[in-house]
Design a binder for this molecule. Structure first.
Ligand code: CS2
Length: 486
């Protein structure tokens, strides 16, 4: 039985395994990260790991709002873990930038103690779309159960929004400067939406607090990008073999990675450009293009690939029908809705995304991408549908994509498989009421006003496209390959 990875193991790792190039005992906590899942550990924490040798102010205190799984596993490894990059130029690297890992499972006080440390200057988040507790219009959902709780119990918050607000409230009361906040999630205008949510909750408590936050706290927008398959047994076995130690929470991602951050007056701020990040005034353009061209194709590929019986992204991309659908969706219906940032060649960018999807070194499960689809659908596809409807552009493949999600829900319900989705119960109920008649089933799904705003749900072109698409996907499920509607 191999020993567990920990600080003492660093000196004994095989020469080919990279390790922290700095003395961790000299690093101070400068960043609190909320949501230490695989994407954070594969992306932001890896960028920070590259700058700590030159600037030890930016160590990370990781915190999970409720789960103990990841934080407990990190605690047992002195918060060390392994990042395996996959593909040309791959490497095995032990990451040391996370200095502590706390769970809020027993309450928020320990988290708030960390968030009010004077050395903490930044809070970053990867809490997935659902973690922002937003309504379909992008504003804070005041009736969300966690928000309702935090309004009633502001000193013991359950949501990330409430935790950030209570921490800022305490820092203000203690005369400490605020921290600044970076959303690192796939939301368009993520920083703007996060700022709106925090200040909206603050205004319910104290308008002076809301004004202070609006004036003193920065919420730069960011774009994050790195395809990060979930950790599986094969990775754990590979890492154990490579290190000679077991790592309970290794992560894997493609070699490609990108972090685009909106320039601001935040000082001090980590020199992330030294680690390859891009600081720009036009992060919104980059984020918008990525959300629509990468994520806006990823989700349809997942739902259509699963309909065709595939398990992984690269297998689905090897299917000529699916590859053509995704190519035409990007080129003909999504790219025309995007103003290219910084002179970006959108067609070339879309082609690199498809090459990344096809990467044979990455086994990215379609079922993982299908998680939380009810939260992804509006930001990844419905906003593009609305833009194209307003502009009189084609929505054939966009509506077929949305219909493929409906068929995914129907199949999961009919086969009794649980959905990983905040709306799982509602969706399962609708899936069971479906009878596979396109008109009947589309009507059921369009009744979900948490997903489809009224003006879209009643749009005749949108509805007609959904009905056609629903029938198309049903034929794909039988193994047929009807002519691609593009
Ligand atoms: C994926 C994203 O799981 C998903 O929803 O579409 O995690 C995607 O891999 C990343 O945004 C790529 O940067």
């Amino acid at each position: 039985m191999r020993a567990r990875l920990n600080a003492a193991a660093l000196a004994h790792l095989p020469a080919g395994v990279k390790r922290p190039a700095y003395d961790r005992s000299r690093v101070q906590t400068g960043i609190v990260h909320i949501g230490p899942g695989a994407f954070h550990r594969a992306h932001q924490a890896a960028y920070i790991d590259q700058i700590l040798a030159s600037d030890p102010r930016w160590g990370i205190a990781a915190m999970a709002l409720r789960s103990r799984d990841i934080t407990g596993a990190l605690n047992a490894q002195d918060e060390l873990y392994t990042l395996q990059t996959l593909g040309e130029g791959e490497e095995t690297r032990v990451i040391g930038s996370i200095l502590s890992a706390q769970s809020g499972a027993r309450g928020a006080e320990p988290l708030l103690d960390t968030l009010t440390l004077p050395t903490v200057k930044l809070v970053t988040l990867t809490i997935t779309e659902k973690g922002y507790c937003l309504a379909s219009d992008g504003a804070l959902d005041a009736v969300h159960p966690d928000i309702a709780h935090d309004l009633a119990h502001p000193k013991s918050p359950k949501s990330a929004i409430g935790l950030i607000l209570e921490a800022l409230t305490r820092r203000r009361a203690q005369g400490l400067p605020p921290f600044h906040v970076l959303s690192c999630d796939n939301l368009s205008d993520n920083g703007v939406k996060l700022a709106g949510a925090v200040t909206a909750l603050a205004a319910e408590r104290d308008r002076g607090l809301a004004s202070w936050i609006a004036g003193e706290v920065r919420f730069p927008r960011t774009m994050v990008d790195a395809i990060t398959p979930a950790t599986d047994g094969a990775l754990k076995a590979h890492i154990a073999q490579a290190l000679g130690y077991t790592d309970a929470v290794p992560v894997q991602r493609e070699v490609f990675t990108s972090w685009v951050i909106e320039k601001s007056d935040i000082a001090p701020f980590p020199d992330l450009e030294a680690a390859g990040a891009l600081m720009t005034d036009d992060v919104a353009g980059h984020a918008f293009a990525k959300l629509r061209l990468l994520n806006g194709c990823h989700s349809p590929l997942a739902w259509l690939g699963l309909a065709c019986g595939y398990e992984s992204v690269n297998d689905a991309m090897a299917d000529p029908w699916l590859a053509r659908f995704i190519t035409r969706l990007a080129e003909d219906e999504i790219a025309p809705s995007i103003a290219a940032p910084d002179g970006m060649d959108l067609s070339a960018y879309a082609a690199t995304i498809r090459a990344r999807f096809a990467n044979p070194a990455i086994r990215h499960l379609l079922s993982q991408i299908a998680w939380d689809s009810s939260q992804k659908l509006p930001v990844r596809l419905l906003s593009t549908v609305e833009n194209n409807l307003s502009a009189g552009r084609d929505i054939t493949l966009l509506t077929a994509s949305v219909a493929s999600w409906m068929r995914f829900v129907r199949r999961m319900a009919a086969s009794g498989q649980p959905l990983t989705d905040p709306m799982a119960a509602e969706l399962a109920a609708i899936g069971l009421r479906c009878n596979d008649d396109p008109d009947h089933d589309v009507t059921l799904f369009l009744s979900l006003d948490a997903i489809f705003r009224a003006d879209l749900a009643t749009n005749a072109r949108f509805r007609a496209g959904l009905i056609e698409g629903y029938d198309l996907v049903r034929r794909l499920e039988t193994g047929a390959r009807p002519s691609c509607p593009a």
